[in-house]
Design a protein around this ligand. Structure first.
Ligand SMILES: C[S@@+](CC[C@H](N)C(=O)[O-])C[C@H]1O[C@@H](n2cnc3c(N)ncnc32)[C@H](O)[C@@H]1O
Length: 298
């Protein structure tokens, strides 16, 4: 049981927005033209496609920026984002727009395959200390790469993992901060067995009652960084395994095709790509061999 010393007590998922009783706040209008401009900006920078049905969602997610900046229209807000040479306004916009739903042990078949088939096979092929590189591309608040780390620790003796790294990236700076802290409300770890909860998490006490923190041996396997998947990849033949799950659903076919090509290039020969269960490479031009539903091999 730990008092997570020095950590400020806040967890983004549990914060409540300030609401002043007696004051009704109206949401500013978002015209079709303003929506088109903003969605084009998001598409140009993050590849995220926002169809017309997302207009209300965009309006509700961005209204806070108009309030805090005392702006009266989305047109003014759009101009402010464009004129901000620091790029921070754009980062904030993308943080607000991206959808970050995730969970520990999400889509269990992938983790079962990783732990029971893929890692034992990699280990058998390995002569010296394993130097594996795994990548959680679009890792959100960290549940996916931390689950990968737990699967690794469960499948391979810890002393053999000194050369193994899970790289975990996302475009959203807020979820990355959460991921880096590795502190979650207790309810988030419910998908994990009681044994794994005990083995891989510390329970918080006092002001951290009701929260858990990933243990250092899990954390040290994961390295978080901000990376926009639309950018050119600086990696080549580097990864043994890539998880890019529930990210491509926000992209159009052409963007997906381009991304799949980049994943192919940065996987080692024989490397594996995992995509989300609601995603498919069916209509995408690619060079991967099919292994199982949503699992592919270079
Ligand atoms: C729904 S979450 C999926 C999280 C995790 N992979 C899972 O399956 O549980 C999608 C993530 O993709 C990220 N994302 C969207 N567009 C991105 C881009 N262009 N580059 C990097 N990450 C992006 C979002 O910020 C979000 O955290």
């Amino acid at each position: 049981m730990v008092n997570f010393a020095r950590e400020k007590r806040s967890y983004a998922g549990t914060e409540k927005s300030a609401c002043v009783p007696g004051i009704t706040t109206t949401m500013p209008e978002l015209s079709d033209a303003e929506f088109t401009q903003l969605s084009q900006l998001v598409y140009d920078h993050a590849g995220i496609h926002l169809p017309a049905q997302k207009k209300e969602l965009v309006r509700s997610r961005l209204t806070k920026f108009l309030r805090t900046r005392k702006l009266t229209s989305f047109k003014e807000y759009y101009r402010q984002v464009l004129e901000d040479s620091s790029g921070l306004e754009l980062v904030n916009l993308l943080d607000a727009i991206s959808t970050n739903m995730t969970a520990f042990w999400r889509e269990p078949k992938h983790f079962e395959f990783l732990g029971q088939e893929l890692l034992p096979a990699l280990r058998q092929k390995c002569t010296g200390t394993p130097q594996w590189r795994l990548w959680s591309a679009g890792c959100s608040s960290g549940e996916e790469p931390y689950t990968m780390a737990m699967v690794l620790l469960n499948a391979i003796p810890a002393k053999e993992l000194s050369g193994v790294k899970i790289h975990a990236s996302d475009i959203n700076t807020q979820v990355l901060n959460q991921a880096q802290r590795g502190i979650y409300p207790m309810s988030r770890v419910e998908p994990l067995s009681q044994e794994w909860r005990r083995r891989f998490f510390q329970k918080g006490v006092n002001q951290w009652e009701g929260f858990v923190r990933v243990k250092p041996e899990v954390k040290q396997l994961v390295e978080f960084f901000r990376f926009n998947l639309m950018d050119p990849f600086p990696f080549k033949d580097e990864f043994d395994v890539i998880f890019c799950r529930n990210v491509m659903i926000y992209f159009e076919k052409a963007t997906q095709t381009e991304l799949i090509k980049k994943f192919h290039q940065c996987l080692k020969p024989g490397g594996y790509l995992f995509i989300g269960h609601s995603e498919s490479l069916c209509n995408v031009n690619h060079q991967f061999a099919y292994v199982k539903p949503t699992i592919y091999r270079k």
